[in-house]
Design a protein around this ligand. Structure first.
Ligand code: SAM
Length: 247
């Protein structure tokens, strides 16, 4: 039986950046939430170019938060004239916001009027705060969001058992030093089960612990320029096909 969820409180630092008292960390860089999503997660995974050669493109995210990465991805997909794929976004969140707090967060941090209607659609479709999997369809047959409410270490193996595969992985679970639960060996082992042969990943962090876990689980990484004055972040891909790992 799934444990009852504890929702996240909506708290801002003095500079307006959303902050988690539970993890003593910020949800996004003070330099801009959408700009961070585009630099770290879209550019970091070679998007939009990579979805142009697929009929179905699946993103897996650890840590849905306010859904900024989802909204930036959906907006890029909507605005891509060469897009031929359906977008499936799967994200895990242990402490979701209430629908009202999600709306308030979006009102405070979304600085792009072209994204605002998507944020409104997300808040209107927001599921009840009950543990488990919630499937939301936005553009019928073309954009779906699967929200898995609960702890990543519990849900990732279950999603892998159900056959989830991913083309791109967004690792966004607060800083590893402040939230080690999102960066355990078991989490990386599940990600290795889920990543397709040509899967890529991107993450804001460049911690040594994460680099070692990536290598241990069959991913190659590169250090590239970070966002908002941060020197480095990590991007990468599977080092070997799944058949090599499985054999
Ligand atoms: C940096 S925020 C994510 C920001 C988000 N991707 C966005 O675009 O708004 C990290 C998120 O991970 C969630 N989280 C932390 N530990 C978790 C865990 N063990 N399992 C699942 N989610 C977790 C937090 O509640 C938080 O919402």
């Amino acid at each position: 039986m799934d444990e009852p969820l504890i929702p996240a409180p909506l708290v801002f630092r003095d500079d307006g950046t959303p902050y988690s008292p539970r993890h003593d960390d910020i949800y996004h860089s003070a330099a801009g939430a959408l700009a961070q999503a585009r630099h770290v997660f879209l550019d970091g995974n070679g998007l939009p170019a990579r979805w142009r050669v697929k009929r179905r493109f699946i993103v897996l995210e650890t840590g849905f938060g306010m859904g900024i990465n989802f909204l930036a991805t959906w907006a890029a997909w909507r605005d891509d004239p060469h897009c031929t794929s359906a977008l499936e976004f799967v994200s895990i969140e242990k402490h979701p916001f209430s629908a009202d707090d999600l709306r308030a967060a979006h009102a405070a941090i979304i600085d792009d009027t072209a994204v605002a209607p998507l944020a409104d659609a997300l808040a209107s479709a927001w599921p009840p705060l009950e543990a488990g999997v919630h499937r939301l369809a936005f553009v019928p047959g073309a954009v779906t969001l699967t929200l898995a409410f609960g702890a990543a270490d519990d849900l990732l193996p279950r999603l892998a058992d159900h056959g989830l595969t991913a083309d791109a992985i967004y690792l966004d679970g607060f800083a590893p030093a402040r939230n080690p639960d999102m960066w355990t060996p078991a989490i990386f082992a599940s990600l290795a089960r889920i990543a397709k042969d040509d899967a890529t990943f991107a993450t804001y962090t460049s911690s040594g612990h994460v680099k070692r876990a990536l290598i241990d689980n069959g991913f190659d990484y590169r250090k590239v320029a970070g966002f908002g004055g941060k020197r480095a972040m990590l991007v990468g891909k599977r080092a070997h096909s799944r058949s090599v790992i499985d054999s």
